[in-house]
Every structure is written in structure tokens, then in C-alpha cells.
Design a protein. Sequence first.
Length: 51
Amino acid sequence: MRAVQITRFGGPEVMDVVDLPDPVPTEGQTLYDISSCGVNYADTHHRLSGN
């Protein structure tokens, strides 16, 4: 699966698109296929501040 990983503080340049193994749900879990998502502005501001 393709995912965006953020491993350090900073602006959009610290977001890395990576390929990860497909997750495997265990008993009692459900796996959803997500094609798009949103990002909360407050979360992006927090990433920029480093706090």
C-alpha cells in the first residue's frame, strides 16, 4: 500500500510517500480501502511548530 509518513517536524517537504506491506486484519478487525483523506489544519500547524 502507498502511505504518507511524517517522521520529523517541518512543512510539507517532510511528508514522504512510501510503499508499505498491505495490513492484514486479525479476528474482530475490519480493513477499509481508503482512496483519499483530509488533514486537519491544526495538525499541520503543530507539525510546523515542533511542539
